[in-house]
Design a protein around this ligand. Sequence first.
Ligand SMILES: Cc1ncc(COP(=O)(O)O)c(C=O)c1O
Length: 355
Amino acid sequence: MTQGPKIEEFEKKFADYIGCDYAVAVANGTAALHLAAIALGVNKESKVISTPITFAASANCILYCGGSVDFVDINPETLLLDIDLLEKKLSNAPAETYHGIVVVDFAGMPVNLEKLKAIANKYHLWIIEDACHAPGAYFTDSKDQKQFCGNANFAELAVFSFHPVKHIACGEGGMITTNKKELYEKLKMLRTHGITKDEKLLKENHGGWYYEMQELGYNYRLTDFQAALGISQLSTAAGRLERRREIAAIYDEAFKDMPLKVFPAQKRDAHAYHLYVIHTKKRKELYDHLRGRQIFCQVHYIPVHLQPFYQKKGFKKGMFPHAEAYYNGCLSLPMYSSLTDSELNYVINSIKNFL
Ligand SMILES: Cc1ncc(COP(=O)(O)O)c(C=O)c1O
């Protein structure tokens, strides 16, 4: 209910940037996923598919609603959920086993949602696109149109995070995008306790003070301060995205003849480069070597199904071999728009020095 004017301004500007009709600002990306799952009706009967190579929140949001999660392995070249394996899994399962898919534009690489949607339609599944890594990325569809991540032309809902390491940072923050008005209205209510004061939606009206709690919602509001920061971040986002692409091109060039695996399929179409990932058998040694030189790399991600919590749910090592093989050697190199050329050269030279 009580939200300042910057929220609406941020939502409108974000929707324009992404190219969708509606955007709902929330407290963080995890809250965005949770509300998206509620809005699509996830409950204890729901079985939803996701990818093992993502941040756990992409799968956890289904569990918050009492549903269960299953995974489909990644394609080892794109690192995205393997759409052919998905189709195989769906065609082998009894009809109506699964209800939806949470798909992730991992590292900033756009999922081909046109292809995914064709399968989702065949098996009556909804799609949540976790676009937390990918504002500004796009794939080119079969009509040669650019489809920007999160534009909700194929997914019912898409989510973004404004965590400090993301392209657009608000301290903490998140956004849900959609082209469906009824989902938009529902999400606005859910983010603020399920309460509405909208006269058109009230069942009764006792006067100016009157409100109704029509759903079980949460306090998942973004503050006006954060929205103001988001608006300012958005105004420079395109330039910062270009710098990330420039850094990726410099890494690509530097590593082309080196005994390291990069992911050429990751370059298809316009990548947002939230992460720049390499793969090496000597990951631990390289990680430690770089750390010794004050270069702090990360590993994205430990496969979700290998987390102890998911193991207790029956997932086992060996179930998703491509995800596990990827995890065994992956390393995310420094990638952020304020990385200077000399810092970048220092990283590259330190890696060359190690190899
Ligand atoms: C792919 C992905 N999904 C969801 C989230 C959750 O976002 P947040 O940290 O804003 O809750 C993150 C980020 O941390 C993420 O990387």
